[in-house]
Design a protein around this ligand. Structure first.
Ligand SMILES: *[C@@H]1O[C@H](CO)[C@@H](O)[C@H](O)[C@H]1NC(C)=O
Ligand SMILES: *[C@@H]1O[C@H](CO)[C@@H](O)[C@H](O)[C@H]1NC(C)=O
Ligand SMILES: *[C@@H]1O[C@H](CO)[C@@H](O)[C@H](O)[C@H]1NC(C)=O
Ligand SMILES: *[C@@H]1O[C@H](CO)[C@@H](O)[C@H](O)[C@H]1NC(C)=O
Ligand SMILES: *[C@@H]1O[C@H](CO)[C@@H](O)[C@H](O)[C@H]1NC(C)=O
Length: 541
């Protein structure tokens, strides 16, 4: 045997020893992605189904579980699934976005190998290419605490997932064609709750019991306000962080975000409206579902409860009131006892300004003047195989430049293990939402006006919430702290999907010169290879 083969064999064993974390179970999923007719608003639409379901099946997992998800693409076009908030630790190859993973060709399959490493909480998955998200293909993704780790509230009598989001009657091909022609999307037709139109979805409860709702905004654009007629909502978890348990009469969920609330069925036994309505829009779309007490046959009656509409301050104040419960356990027992993010020195500040404009007469969106266009090869694969000319590190500046908008394959480099501050600056008149793959971050501050170093005086350096998706209010900024402890190529994107599609995203290459599987796994053996990576070998180095 050659030395190389022996070394390869050793590395393989080592790798398996690491990947197969001794006591973490495996869960296997076979998913068939097809087109199928759906009728959420009473009219026939072509939806994207997973195993015949719309929304797709929910993933139930426990911290550190290994999840083997074999996705068969039975559509007539390439397809990819990405994981909103489920960190692919040391493994951006599994992230399922164009910069990391080759699209699954029609008629082919790809097996994602994920681990719910050191995470708990409520998330979702979604199709990341084109406007597929407008047709379905999304589903809930919950990571439960391991049995011996305390959860800071009693086991609820029921634990439901609600996927809420704006919705169009037009199919994803038509929507994409509008954007490709340089147009904007029209106002959506409705808001859906779990793929259902008005009162199409029901939650059954018993009087006196307490329930958990995991709510994700899987829509394309709009912030939604969520409420239940006659019931209070107690926020308990936000994208993997147990929050101070604060009670609200309604709560905003911005596009791409996930939260968990508890509510007690403490009202007279009848049917109550569950409502989700668009925020910050002139026309308001409201979706309704039913909360039905057992033993009551009465139908829903009266009007659904109203909620806040345009009030930005209401939303900002609510966002600021969401804080971490420092004594509650996370994926490990009481993690905050040992990690004080507010005491760590920043190594870098990155300021990201969003903008909208025309390039060659077509609508585009940008970050620091660069409107992202994909390379001919996934960036992560180009990086791994050393294929030159796919992207340039530094193709996006780490502060606004004031330049006019231009197209590029934007990649920003940052040092592995750096502790950075990112300020999202929004000079526009709409609410934006930003998501960082591979990480959760502390939302240390948000306010109106221009950010300046003096803004740091108002930061919450004690109990800010750690999450993966944050909103930025109109003519305002949001600041986050991130510990760059996950090597890889990570997508930073607007969750306003038309903007993401038209360039408001880039990749953060979290880099160190040292190659070690302690820091990053090698390319998976089953990785699909495309573009200029086609025909290469995926053997571990
Ligand atoms: C997926 O579903 C389609 C339509 O039902 C079927 O023709 C195909 O064989 C299925 N593929 C797999 C891999 O199950
Ligand atoms: C496709 O599925 C088969 C099993 O049906 C599996 O052996 C193979 O590894 C999968 N392909 C990829 C690229 O993951
Ligand atoms: C999408 O909608 C367009 C316009 O209504 C229609 O021509 C096309 O057939 C639809 N595509 C599918 C796959 O249903
Ligand atoms: C915080 O978590 C603890 C569990 O460690 C729990 O007992 C307490 O009620 C929580 N406090 C709030 C305000 O959520
Ligand atoms: C942060 O920087 C200050 C001043 O340079 C230094 O005294 C302190 O030890 C540093 N803190 C940490 C946690 O590195």
């Amino acid at each position: 045997m050659s030395q190389e083969a022996v070394l390869g064999g050793l590395l393989c064993c080592l790798l398996m020893a690491i990947v197969v974390v001794a006591d973490s179970p495996y869960r296997f999923f076979e998913w068939n992605v097809t087109y199928g007719y759906i009728y959420p608003l009473g009219v026939k639409q072509q939806g994207i189904l997973i195993n015949g379901q719309f929304p797709g099946p929910e993933i139930h997992s426990v911290t550190n579980d290994n999840l083997i998800i074999n996705v068969h693409n039975s559509l007539d076009e390439p397809f990819l699934i990405s994981w909103n908030g489920v960190q692919q630790r040391r493994n951006s190859y599994e992230d399922g976005v164009v910069g990391t993973t080759c699209p699954i060709p029609p008629g082919k399959n790809f097996t994602y190998i994920l681990q719910a490493k050191d995470q708990i909480g409520s998330f979702f998955y979604f199709p990341s290419l084109g406007l597929h998200k407008a047709a379905g293909g999304f589903g809930g993704f919950r990571i439960l605490s391991r049995p011996l780790i305390p959860v800071p509230f009693d086991d609820p009598a029921g634990d439901f997932t609600l996927l809420i989001g704006d919705w169009y009657k037009a199919n994803h091909t038509e929507l994409k064609a509008m954007l490709n022609r340089g147009r904007r999307l029209p106002f959506p037709d409705a808001v859906l709750i779990n793929g259902c139109g008005p009162n199409g979805f029901t939650i059954n409860v018993d009087q006196g019991k307490t329930y958990r709702l995991r709510i994700s905004n899987v829509g394309l654009e709009h912030s939604l306000n969520f409420r239940i007629e006659g019931h209070k909502l107690t926020l308990v978890e936000v994208e993997g962080t147990h929050t101070l348990q604060t009670t609200y009469s309604s709560i905003d969920v911005h596009v791409g975000q996930s939260i968990s609330v508890l509510f007690t069925a403490d009202q007279a036994p009848k049917a109550y409206y569950i409502a989700a309505s668009t925020r910050f829009t002139t026309r308001i779309l409201t979706a309704t579902a039913a909360l039905r007490y057992s033993g009551s046959g009465q139908p829903l009656s009266g009007e659904p409860p109203g909620g806040p509409t345009n009030q930005i301050d209401w939303s900002l104040n609510q966002a600021r009131s969401i804080r971490t419960n420092l004594t509650a356990s996370g994926p490990r027992p009481n993690p905050q006892g040992s990690y004080h993010y507010g005491l760590i020195n920043l190594t870098r500040t990155i300021r990201l300004a969003s903008s909208a404009g025309l390039v060659d007469g077509k609508q585009r969106y940008a970050v620091n003047s660069v409107s992202f266009v994909a390379g001919d090869t996934p960036l992560k694969l180009a990086d791994y195989f050393g294929i030159p000319g796919v992207f340039r590190v530094g193709s996006i500046s780490d502060a606004p430049t004031g330049r006019g908008m231009y197209l590029d394959t934007s990649v920003m480099q940052a040092d592995y293990r750096a502790f950075i501050e990112i300020v999202f600056e929004n000079r526009e008149s709409i609410v934006l939402t930003w998501h960082l793959d591979g990480y959760s971050f502390w939302v240390v501050g948000m306010d109106g006006g221009e950010w300046s170093p003096a803004s740091r005086n108002g930061y919450n350096l004690r109990d800010a919430v750690s999450r993966c998706t944050t909103q930025v209010y109109p003519r305002s900024w949001t600041a986050i702290y991130v510990a760059l402890d996950n090597k890889g190529m990570w997508n930073v994107r607007s969750e306003f999907w038309a903007r993401q599609y038209l360039g408001q995203q880039f990749y953060l290459r979290v880099y160190s010169p040292v190659v070690s599987i302690r820091d990053e796994y090698p390319i998976p053996k089953n990785a699909l290879l495309c573009g200029r990576a086609a025909g290469r070998h995926t053997r571990p180095l």
